[in-house]
Design a protein around this ligand. Structure first.
Ligand code: MG
Length: 297
């Protein structure tokens, strides 16, 4: 079981609070201590678009890296890759949508334009000795176009696999998928590529994230993305949950006797820390069971 912590990037980019570099480093240190082996630290997108992550270069510079941990960052394009390489990231992540409408709105390009540019990023990163992780967002539903055809997702998986990425993370960006849909997509994908190439990125917008994670696991998926505390919210539904809480994912799998290598108590402490920093109650279920938390009706 491989748990990918995406909170410092995917979580913070959807929060309005600006954390200091020191606060980010303290949180990342707690995630390391909890035993996470993969941390998506930041994004090298232009600071104009995501001011919360404008300090990516400085965060990487001050990071005290632990051996055995992959410190990753998102790169939107070749310019972002140059910054990521200068910052000595271990892995770069790239991002596109399976829905043409969402890709156009989000990245301002068609899927074919995006993937052509990303193939250059993959090639350059690989030449520089870095691995690449690809996110396919809106893989189940799109906020503009409705249900995403599974064949569209399979085509992108095949293309990224051919381009030599290390892992492909399949995102339920709007948190609209249900377990039967997740099962169908992963069963079809696993008929084409090995399980080690795939990860699942559930969102909990409608409360289905853990049920969907369970369905993906039962298909043979063993890599999952989460954000501590359920940080991040949903860009399409203000106030709603976004990323599944990493500690809820870990609770699910450890309870099923699937070893994650993560210390649940330390992870919950990291969630408590980030909840205090963003100054709002986060959607994590685990956090609500912590001592000192008021019980809500
Ligand atoms: Mg997400």
């Amino acid at each position: 079981m491989r748990i990918r912590e995406v909170g410092p990037r995917d979580g913070l980019q959807n929060e309005s609070v600006q954390l200091s570099v020191e606060e980010k480093l303290a949180w990342i240190h707690q995630l390391e201590e909890a035993g996470l082996s993969y941390i998506e630290v930041s994004s090298f997108v232009h600071p104009k678009w995501i001011p919360q992550l404008a300090d990516a270069d400085e965060v990487f510079k001050k990071l005290s890296r632990k051996p055995g941990i992959i410190y990753a960052a998102l790169v939107p394009n070749e310019r972002g890759l140059e910054r990521a390489l200068a910052a000595q990231v271990d892995e770069v992540s790239i991002f596109l949508s399976a829905s043409e409408a969402h890709n156009q709105k989000n990245l301002n390009h068609s899927i074919s334009e995006t993937i052509a540019s990303q193939e250059r990023v993959i090639q350059k990163a690989t030449e520089a000795g870095k691995s690449v992780r690809a996110y396919i967002s809106t893989a189940f539903f799109c906020p503009y176009a409705g249900k995403t055809p599974i064949t569209d997702v399979l085509k992108l998986i095949e293309r990224f696999a051919k381009a030599g990425v290390r892992e492909i993370s399949i995102g339920d960006t709007v948190g609209q998928a249900t377990p039967n849909h997740v099962e169908e997509l992963f069963k079809r994908a696993l008929a084409e590529v090995p399980a080690r190439l795939l990860a699942f990125h559930p969102h909990d917008t409608r409360g289905t994230a853990l049920a969907n994670a369970y369905a993906a696991y039962m298909c043979g998926i063993t890599a999952f993305d989460g954000a501590t505390g359920g940080l991040g919210g949903c860009p399409y539904a203000p106030g709603a949950a976004g990323n599944v809480a990493t500690e809820d994912l870990v609770y699910l799998f450890e309870g099923m006797n699937v070893a994650t290598g993560i210390n649940q108590e330390k992870l919950a402490q990291a969630a408590t820390y980030i909840e205090a920093k963003v100054k709002r109650a986060l959607p994590s279920h685990t956090l609500r069971t912590m001592p000192g938390e008021e019980v809500r009706g």
